[in-house]
Design a protein around this ligand. Structure first.
Ligand code: HEC
Length: 154
């Protein structure tokens, strides 16, 4: 009996913890096209970090397009690095895990610019998207479906 109560309170805790981030973000995109602008109905409101993340999502589509068309990858390094300083909706979203995940993500962003061939760039890009996912699995699962659309089939 004690165990069951423990499990139930754990589930409640998880639900409350993730509430703000679990409301799905509406996306009109098909699998392989960049999503349209998001409306003002966004559940996370417009914290500095939420706005940055929306930009990062759009920029990732631009990076993907540039690689596919053999063009120069737009320089977004300084912008993405702001994920460490931007204010989130809830301050406890940015804990130690966030910092580690954020650093790992930024390393994978750097690697984009070090890759030479198109294949290498696409792999580096997919690794970057995977790092978006890793942080979101830990901190903010709501946008996961949307992020997965960024992957390129290789
Ligand atoms: C280090 C952790 C971390 C990484 C890496 C990360 N995110 Fe986020 N993301 C968050 C957190 C936390 C929020 C919630 C922000 C808030 O509510 O203030 C968020 C919010 C979002 C949102 C919802 C924004 C809104 O409208 O409310 C989208 C979309 C998103 N991220 C996409 C991405 C994409 C795409 C990448 C990779 C290019 C990425 N994220 C990388 C932690 C991360």
């Amino acid at each position: 009996m004690k165990k069951i109560i423990l499990i139930i309170s754990f589930l409640c805790f998880i639900t409350i913890f993730f509430y703000n981030c679990t409301k799905k973000i509406v996306s009109t995109a098909d699998n392989n096209t960049a999503p349209k602008e998001m409306g003002e109905t966004n559940p996370n409101g417009s914290s500095e970090l939420a706005l940055l993340m929306r930009e990062m999502d759009k920029d990732s589509w631009k990076i993907r397009e540039a690689i596919e068309k053999n063009q120069n990858i737009p320089d977004i390094k300084d912008k993405f690095a702001k994920l460490h300083t931007a204010t989130p909706t809830e301050i406890d979203k940015k804990d130690a895990t966030y910092k580690v995940m954020g650093d790992a993500f930024l390393v994978s962003v750097d690697n984009l610019y070090k890759a030479n061939s198109k294949e290498e760039k696409l792999s580096a890009y997919n690794i970057m998207v995977n790092n978006c996912l890793n942080c979101h699995k830990a901190a903010c699962p709501g946008p996961i479906v949307k992020i997965k659309k960024l992957f390129v089939n290789q």
